[in-house]
Design a protein around this ligand. Structure first.
Ligand code: ZN
Length: 623
């Protein structure tokens, strides 16, 4: 039984190395291919032969990656199918652990290979007849340069320490403990047991007393576990500091920067980002908070007043059926760019969109790339909220990225670092929102009243497009979200810089460091009476526990996306052209070059942030 939403997909390229009939879930059939690659490496006597070897390895990895994705997609589309779950777990338990040491062995062979330097220096004409779906010449450069690939593989090989393997297992166990503890927390709210995730929606309730009650209950429940969260974190810091020492680093921060492949920015650059957010973004945050306070007619904003609609309006209703969401999104892309629109239509035609919320589907949303077919898939649980519209635009941005790199044969170059992947998706939110009237048409009443306004300026020629108030409300929520996330990113990032450069701190010192950051970036909300909750607020940020230092990427990417948007206001065609050109580079270039191709600066001090904060303020004033 086929549990996948899509059928047979068009092959991007016929296989040259992996047998057609292989079962990619059966390790005894896979292992001989790794044996072959290992023994063949010694016979690669020229750069061209080494490249063939790399591309065969790449083909095998793409096939394995797609096998894993297909099993994951089938499981998340059918959570009630025992077969789908079994197939996925079989891969995770029997194939993945076998793969790791075999991949590492090939990485070592490649970095030490006598032909490696020659292949790096000459580059080779990128293979395949490069044509886009519209049959335009491809924007991909004519030569593939192996510099980034070599840099990343070498980094991985160099950081490996056998001593760290058991420590990393212990670390993973602590991460699991954090997830278990967080996931287990519930409260009894008005007679019913609720998870903390379920409680979040009460913060959007117009009834202030109800919001306050819900907020306090959650804060209290978290505080009951404060010591447990701190215990887990203390042990994680100790382990991580040891892991860094074993790898020859003075502290875990410097190790984490290397492990995350941050070759193009330093802790110092992150410090500049924090300062610039404080100076340039915080004034906008405070203005928005003052407006909110006035609209809600409150003397002070309390922590439970920050998510509710300030005019007490019911939620926006962008669509009723998922089919409408798809057709309207299609129209938005049509107004934006013919090639992007064709890509989205192709996904719809091939059933690579599974977007409706239905029984037996896993929660949440994701974009996944089928690495061998070189096609993207989007999974969502749309229920008719404005958030769904933002999500489909975002995930479509990731999908366009995957489609743009379809002609690249080296698998790692078909995906970019996260700092740039999110530029692809966040730009699409901003660019798509320009045409969000597809979801919120200006009503005829509004149009009529507009025509009756005396002294209406008639500019002649094409009429000025009408902006509906619901569309502007959607835009406003989106832009306010962008303004608001910068301070939180700066807080979470600066906190971790402090933590891992002061590994012997006490819990009191840690709380003090956090509170200083809350003073810098917390805005004007009044927390009086809830000081302990404020001091422990970081317990709820899972990245601090599970993915250390992984967070500023979203801030960096948002700066890129805002620059793409600013460029599009000056020259839409050029901005879109640069955006597509940069996406087509995949991961073949270092971050500053990817940003430059998209028409953006890879720099995150006040120099970059000031004009973007100004633009955000001006755009918000228009809405
Ligand atoms: Zn994303």
């Amino acid at each position: 039984m086929n549990l996948l939403p899509f059928g047979k997909l068009p092959a991007a390229k016929p296989r040259a190395f992996v047998p057609q009939t292989i079962d990619l879930g059966d390790w005894p059939q896979i292992a001989p291919l790794f044996d072959q690659l290992e023994s063949r490496a010694a016979n690669c006597k020229s750069a061209a032969e080494l490249e063939r070897w790399l591309l065969d390895w790449s083909e095998l990895n793409a096939a394995l990656d797609e096998e894993s994705s297909r099993r994951y997609i089938a499981m998340t589309c059918h959570t009630d199918s025992a077969d789908a779950e079994k197939a996925y777990l079989h891969f995770v338990e029997n194939v993945e652990p076998q793969l790791k040491p075999r991949q590492f062995a090939l990485e070592k062979i490649y970095t030490a290979h006598p032909q490696r330097a020659e292949l790096l220096a000459i580059g080779t004409p990128a293979s395949g007849t490069a044509r886009t779906s519209n049959n335009e010449p491809c924007r991909r450069p004519a030569f593939r340069c192996y510099a980034v690939f070599y840099r990343d593989v070498k980094n991985h090989v160099e950081l490996f320490r056998p001593d760290n393997v058991p420590l990393e297992t212990d670390e993973a166990r602590l991460c699991q403990q954090y997830q278990k503890l967080s996931g287990s927390l519930t409260v009894n709210f008005r007679g019913a047991e609720k998870t903390l995730v379920q409680m979040a929606r009460y913060l959007e309730e117009p009834d202030r007393a109800l919001r306050q009650e819900a907020w306090k209950l959650v804060a209290k429940r978290r505080l009951q576990e404060a010591d447990n969260f701190d215990d887990i974190f203390d042990r994680q810091i100790k382990l991580r500091t040891q892991i860094a020492k074993n790898a020859g680093f003075g502290n875990y921060r410097d190790y984490a920067f290397r492990r995350l492949g941050r070759f193009d920015y330093s802790p110092d650059d992150c410090g500049k980002f924090h300062d610039a957010v404080e100076k340039e973004v915080m004034p906008v945050v405070r203005e928005l908070q003052a407006q909110r306070r006035a609209q809600l007619k409150l003397e002070k904003l309390r922590p439970w007043d920050l998510s509710v609609d300030p005019l007490n309006r019911p939620p926006l209703e962008p669509f009723a059926q998922v089919g409408e969401m798809v057709s309207r999104t299609q129209k938005i892309f049509g107004r934006l760019d013919g090639e992007l629109a064709a890509g989205f239509r192709q996904m719809d035609d091939l059933k690579l969109l599974d977007l409706d919320n239905r029984k037996g589907k896993a929660p949440g949303g994701y974009q996944s790339t089928l690495s061998e077919s070189r096609l993207p898939f989007i999974f969502m649980n749309a229920v008719g909220l404005q958030r769904d519209v933002e999500t489909i635009l975002h995930e479509a941005g990731h999908a366009f990225h995957a489609l743009a790199t379809r002609d690249e044969d080296l698998l790692p170059y078909r995906s970019a670092p996260i700092e740039f992947c999110e530029v692809a998706s966040m730009s699409m939110e901003l660019l798509g929102n320009e045409f969000i009237e597809e979801f919120y048409p200006a009503s005829e009443v509004a149009q009529a009243s507009r025509l009756c306004v005396p002294n209406q300026k008639h500019t002649g020629g094409t009429p000025v497009p009408l902006k509906s108030s619901d569309a502007n409300r959607a835009r406003r929520v989106h832009l306010e979200g962008i303004v608001g996330v910068f301070p939180w990113i700066a807080t979470v990032d600066a906190f971790q810089h402090w933590i891992y450069t002061h590994p012997n701190h006490t819990r009191d010192e840690r709380r003090k460091a956090w509170l200083e950051l809350m003073d810098r970036f917390g805005g004007d909300a009044d927390w009086s009476g809830h000081e302990t909750a404020r001091a422990n607020l970081w317990h709820r940020q899972l990245h601090i526990f599970l993915h250390p230092f992984y967070y500023i990427e979203y801030g960096i990417a948002q700066l890129g996306a805002l620059q793409v948007w600013a460029n599009s206001k000056r020259d839409k065609a050029k901005a879109l052209g640069d955006y597509k050109k940069a996406l087509a580079l995949g991961g073949s270039r270092p971050l500053p070059e990817l940003f430059a191709a998209a028409g953006c600066r890879f720099e995150f001090s006040a120099r970059t942030i000031r004009p973007l904060a100004k633009m955000l303020r001006e755009e918000l004033e228009k809405l």
